[in-house]
Design a protein around this ligand. Structure first.
Ligand code: S3P
Length: 449
C-alpha cells in the first residue's frame, strides 16, 4: 500500500526536451505552520496558496480535532478560526498524521503544554521514525509521552497542566525539533529559549513574529539563540504561501539533465535556509539563473530558469550547507549521476531518519540503474558518468515521495526507462507532479492503468 491509496507503479522514459512553465504548489513547511498558528490565534486566519497535499490535509484535519474551525472556500482560500494559545480541546479520536513527520512533530509541540491528552499515529513510514527527539525536550516543559519501543508512534501525549518554560539546545540540526519546542513554549509562562548550533529553516520564527509573538533571534558563539516569551495572544493573519523550493527542485533538476530543455519555475522563495540546492547546482556548472529577483514578504523570491546543462561537474558539497538543502539530496544525487566526476555529500546523517533512509534508498536504486555509489553512516559519494546513465531498473520508493520523484526524474534522461514501484506517496507533497511534468513534455506512465 502507498501512503493513502492503492499502489501506483510508474515508469519514466526519455522523450523530447522539457520546455515551458512549471507552477509548483505551495510550500509544505509554511502550509503546516499556517494551519497550526492559525489554530492557535484568536479570530480568522486566511491562507491562499496552501499546499493541498495529503500531509497538509492531515494537519488540517488534526487542527479540527483540537477544536479549530478549518474550511476551504470554493476559490481555494483556506479559513481557520483559531482557539487561541492554550485553547486546544481534547480530541475524541486518534490523530492520524499519515506520512508527515513535520505535521506530527509540530502538532505534538503545539498541544504539549495544554492540559489535554492526545494519541498520535501515522503510516508505516511515520510509525518507524524517532519521536524521542521531540518528546525528550517537551518533557522539560512538563509533557509526558508513552509510545512504542524506541519512542515510535503510535504514542500518547499527556499535556502539561502547569507548563514550565525550557532552555534547550537542539542536539541534531532539525527545524521540526526546534519548532516543536517553540510551539510548546507558547503556552508556558516566561521565556523559552531554544539554541541551535546550525541554522535550520526559520519559518517558525518568522511566522511567530508575524502572528505577534515576542520572539528574538541572536547569533551567539553557541549558535542561534531564539528567545520566545510565552502566553501571548496571537493575532490572526492573512497569509499568501510562497511556492515550495523543495518541489521546484524536481522540474529544475529534470531540465538540467534532459537534452534541449528550457524550463521556467516562477515565484520560488530563496530564503537562505532553504536554497542550498540551487547554489550547489550552480557550483556544479548548471545553467540555472534567477530571473526577476525581488523581495516578497521580506524574503528573496525569483523565477528560476533551468536549461539543459551537458557540462556538469561533480563537487564536494560543503557539509555546513546540509540543513539548507536536506530534502534535496536525493534529487541532487540524480543530477550528480550525469555529471563528470564525483559528488561528495557529507555531514548528512539526518537523511537516514526521513520518510525513508534516503541514503540507502538512493544508493540501492542508483546502483540498480548502473551508477557507482559509496556510502557511510553520514556520507555518500556518487560517481558521475559524464552523461550516459543506463537506467533500466525497477526501484523502491519506500513510502517516500522524494525518493519516488527523484527516480522518475532520473528515468527522464537514462538510456532505458526507470520504474518506481509505487508513486502514490508523491501525493503527500506534490499532488500535481504527474500532470505538471507531462505538461513540460515528460513521459510518465502509470503501469496499472
Ligand atoms: C521540515 C524540516 C525538515 C525537513 C522536512 C520539513 C519543517 O525536517 O526534512 O521536510 O518543515 O520543519 P527535520 O527538522 O527533521 O530536519
Amino acid at each position: 500500500m502507498s501512503a493513502h491509496g492503492p499502489v501506483l507503479p510508474m515508469t519514466a522514459r526519455r522523450a523530447g526536451p522539457l520546455t515551458g512553465v512549471a507552477e509548483v504548489p505551495g510550500d509544505k513547511s509554511i502550509s503546516h505552520r499556517s494551519l497550526i498558528l492559525g489554530a492557535l490565534s484568536v479570530g480568522e486566519t486566511r491562507v491562499t496558496g496552501l499546499l493541498e497535499g495529503q500531509d497538509v490535509l492531515d494537519t488540517a484535519a488534526a487542527m479540527r480535532a483540537f477544536g479549530a474551525e478549518v474550511t476551504r472556500e470554493e476559490d481555494g482560500t483556506w479559513s481557520i478560526h483559531g482557539v487561541g494559545v492554550g485553547g486546544f480541546a481534547e480530541p475524541d479520536r486518534v490523530i492520524d498524521c499519515g506520512n508527515s513527520g513535520t505535521g506530527v512533530r509540530l502538532i505534538i509541540g503545539a498541544m504539549a503544554t495544554s492540559p489535554i491528552t492526545a494519541t498520535f499515529t501515522g503510516d508505516a513510514s511515520l510509525n518507524s521514525r524517532p519521536m524521542g527527539r521531540v518528546t525528550d525536550p517537551l518533557s522539560l516543559l512538563g509533557a509526558q509521552a508513552v509510545g512504542r519501543e524506541g519512542g515510535r508512534l503510535p504514542m500518547t501525549i499527556v499535556g502539561a497542566r502547569d507548563p514550565i518554560p525550557a532552555h534547550y539546545t537542539v542536539p541534531v540540526p532539525s527545524a521540526q525539533v526546534k519548532s516543536a519546542v517553540l510551539l510548546a513554549g507558547l503556552n508556558a509562562p516566561g521565556q523559552t529559549v531554544v539554541i541551535e548550533r546550525e541554522a535550520t529553516r526559520d519559518h517558525t520564527e518568522r511566522m511567530l513574529a508575524g502572528f505577534g509573538a515576542e520572539i528574538a533571534v541572536e547569533e551567539a558563539e553557541e549558535g542561534r539563540v531564539i528567545t520566545l516569551t510565552g502566553q501571548p495572544e496571537l493575532a490572526p493573519q492573512t497569509i499568501a504561501v510562497p511556492r515550495d523550493p523543495s518541489s521546484a527542485a524536481f522540474p529544475v533538476c529534470a531540465a538540467l539533465i534532459v537534452q534541449g530543455s528550457d524550463v521556467l519555475v516562477p515565484n520560488i522563495g530563496l530564503n537562505p535556509t532553504r536554497a542550498g540546492l540551487f547554489e550547489t547546482l550552480r557550483e556544479m556548472g548548471a545553467d540555472l539563473t534567477y530571473e526577476n529577483l525581488r523581495e516578497e514578504g521580506g524574503e528573496p523570491v525569483a523565477d528560476l530558469r533551468a536549461r539543459y546543462s551537458p557540462d556538469l561537474k561533480g563537487i564536494a558539497v560543503p557539509p555546513e550547507r546540509a540543513a539548507s538543502m536536506i530534502d534535496e539530496y536525493p534529487v541532487l544525487s540524480v543530477v550528480a549521476a550525469f555529471a563528470e566526476g564525483c559528488t561528495e555529500m557529507r555531514g548528512v546523517k539526518e537523511l537516514r531518519v526521513k520518510e525513508s533512509d534516503r541514503i540507502d534508498a538512493m544508493t540501492r536504486g542508483l546502483r540498480a540503474c548502473g551508477v557507482t555509489v559509496e556510502e557511510g553512516e553520514d556520507w555518500w559519494v556518487v560517481e558521475g558518468r559524464g552523461g550516459a546513465v543506463p537506467g533500466g531498473a525497477t526501484v523502491e520508493s519506500r513510502l517516500d515521495h522524494r525518493i519516488a520523484m527523484s527516480f522518475l526524474v532520473l528515468g527522464l534522461a537514462t538510456e532505458a526507462p526507470v520504474t518506481v514501484d509505487d508513486a502514490g506517496p508523491i501525493a503527500t507533497s506534490f499532488p500535481i507532479f504527474e500532470p505538471l511534468m507531462a505538461g513540460l513534455g515528460a513521459s510518465l506512465t502509470r503501469n496499472n492503468s
